[in-house]
Design a protein around this ligand. Structure first.
Ligand code: AR6
Length: 170
């Protein structure tokens, strides 16, 4: 089941939340800062052992003090105008996060709108990529949540879902 929520992702009591991190995995602003704050300093100590993360890939950490059991850290592309492979890299963030979730028997997972804050990816364009990937994988999970921070994001996701984007065969 795929659902759109307007919420602070750090409050969700589910198997895994996805973090829109940076290549260091050592924290930052936006959703990354909120997740580190809510998970506690053990997250930083743990992530120091991970050796960073390439853009478009993902690494997993325990949720520590979060209600969520796991954090899947992924690194979205910085928007550079759209001709630098941004859509492919963004799609890979969702794909690698989902694959890591499947490897770890995760059944319920929530994603923020990766790259659409500090990294400047236009919200609508990013949501097209996100919704396509969320639909591709939803049948392999009990619950997939698009966790939006703003009402504008909720409207964009709901419009796209209503417009009938089809899942690709994977
Ligand atoms: N819950 C859900 N969504 C949130 C939350 C929250 N608590 N806080 C922010 N968002 P951003 P990026 C939304 O900037 O663009 C960090 O410094 C936000 O409104 O967090 O991928 C990292 O360390 C937006 O829709 O991530 C990197 O350096 C979305 O999350 C860099 O920012 C993503 O915004 C990554 O930039």
């Amino acid at each position: 089941m795929l659902k759109v929520l307007q919420d602070d992702i750090t409050t969700l009591k589910i198997d895994a939340i996805v973090n829109a991190a940076n290549n260091s995995l050592l924290g930052g602003g936006g959703v990354d800062g909120a997740i580190h704050k809510a998970a506690g300093p053990e997250l930083l100590e743990f992530n120091k052992t991970l050796g960073g993360c390439e853009t478009g890939t993902a690494k997993i950490s325990p949720g520590f003090k979060l209600p969520a059991k796991w954090i899947i850290n992924t690194v979205g592309p910085v928007w550079q105008g759209g001709d630098a492979g941004e859509p492919e890299l963004l799609a890979q963030c969702y794909q690698h996060s989902f694959e890591l979730a499947l490897e770890n028997q995760i059944k319920t997972i929530a994603f923020p709108a990766i790259s659409t804050g500090v990294y400047g990816y236009p919200k609508q364009a990013a949501a097209v990529v996100a919704v396509q990937q969320l639909k591709n994988y939803e049948h392999r999970f009990e619950e997939v949540i698009a966790c939006c921070f703003s009402e504008v994001d909720v409207e964009i996701y709901e419009r796209l879902l209503g417009s009938g984007i089809q899942a690709a065969v994977i």
